[in-house]
Design a protein. Structure first.
Length: 325
């Protein structure tokens, strides 16, 4: 039996705890699913010892000096507060160790603003990366040779893997496990973690539901959630206005002012966003159409192509291959 693959999670004071525990949980769940220690998860810091995260949770770490960089299969740098990141990138021992590990590891990367550390170490030049939406602009400005994907949940560019942070570290780690152990194992882990769905990397960081709920006043927030849960129903203005207990004219005006979209456009956004998720499951297009409120696969295809510039079939071929089966 081969030795376990070493997964090194590099952290620092006031890092984001989910950037660390999310991936760690996924890889450990992979061990449980296959019934053996396929992964050896190690949490590292510059000096080792107890490191306090930004969430007041403390993690016990090993110093990077105790783990040979050439022994690393997967290296991930967590994100977190700017002060903690500055301390990490200013440590020459950490820099040398991280550069050597990234050059010999099968894959390396970051979660959230951990991309800044990789950029400081010169490990992102000419690469396409993801990071948290709030820091995309500053990363792109500081390192113009780096292509920052402002929408993706995570990006895989060769041996480099980067994610938008927090819960997306889980999505990225699931994709790594799928590559190592197969989709069946990754799906089983997602089910164990009670995830709504395995989210592919191309999916936007910006949920139309959350966007609408954050913009909408209290009157429309419950309606938005109900719409999301009832996409197969008729969701025209008369139906929605009746549910909101408004006249059609008043509802149309207030909903548009509140969300920035007409009801019809917003409903289509919800339906097509759900379509992209279902395409990744391998579901037949006619069944997706039925679940998302379209009368036929042809009607769904027409709406999808108008919005995204390609057919659902082509979209699935380009983006969802690793999620099929």
């Amino acid at each position: 039996m081969s030795l376990p693959l070493t997964v090194a999670l590099l952290i620092f004071p006031r890092c984001q705890v989910l950037d660390v525990t999310g991936p760690a949980m996924v890889f450990e769940a992979g061990n449980d699913e296959v019934g053996r220690a396929h992964y050896d998860i190690r949490i590292l810091s510059a000096q080792g010892g107890v490191v306090r995260t930004s969430s007041a949770v403390a993690l016990v770490t090993e110093p990077v000096s105790e783990l040979p960089p050439t022994s690393i299969d997967t290296l991930l740098v967590a994100g977190g507060d700017e002060s903690g990141l500055k301390g990490l990138v200013g440590d020459e021992t950490v820099r040398r160790w991280s550069v050597e590990a990234s050059h010999t590891a099968r894959r390396y990367g970051s979660v959230c603003s951990g991309a800044y550390a990789l950029a400081h170490f010169g490990l992102l030049d000419g690469k396409r990366v993801a990071t948290h939406w709030s820091t995309c602009a500053s990363l792109a400005e500081a390192w113009p040779d780096v292509e920052v994907d402002r929408n993706a949940l995570f990006v895989n560019d060769g041996s480099l893997w980067t994610s938008a942070g927090v819960t997306t570290g889980i999505d990225m780690s699931l994709e790594m496990v799928a590559a190592d152990l197969g989709n069946a194992v990754a799906h089983a882990i997602a089910k164990r973690l009670v995830l709504y769905a395995r989210r592919p990397g191309y999916q936007s960081q910006f949920s139309p539901v959350l966007d609408a709920q954050s913009q909408a006043d209290a009157r429309f927030a419950p309606l938005v959630q109900w719409m999301r849960e009832n996409l197969a129903q008729q969701l025209d203005v008369p139906c929605l206005a009746d549910r909101a207990r408004m006249s059609e004219r008043t509802f149309l005006r207030r909903f548009t002012q509140s969300t920035g979209e007409t009801p019809a456009h917003f409903v289509e956004t919800l339906r097509l966003d759900r379509t992209r998720t279902l395409l990744a499951t391998g579901m037949l297009l006619k069944d997706i159409a039925a679940q998302t409120g379209y009368s036929s696969a042809a009607q769904l295809s027409k709406a999808f192509e108008r919005r995204f510039g390609m057919t659902p079939t082509l979209f699935r071929e380009l983006h969802c291959t690793s999620h099929s089966g």
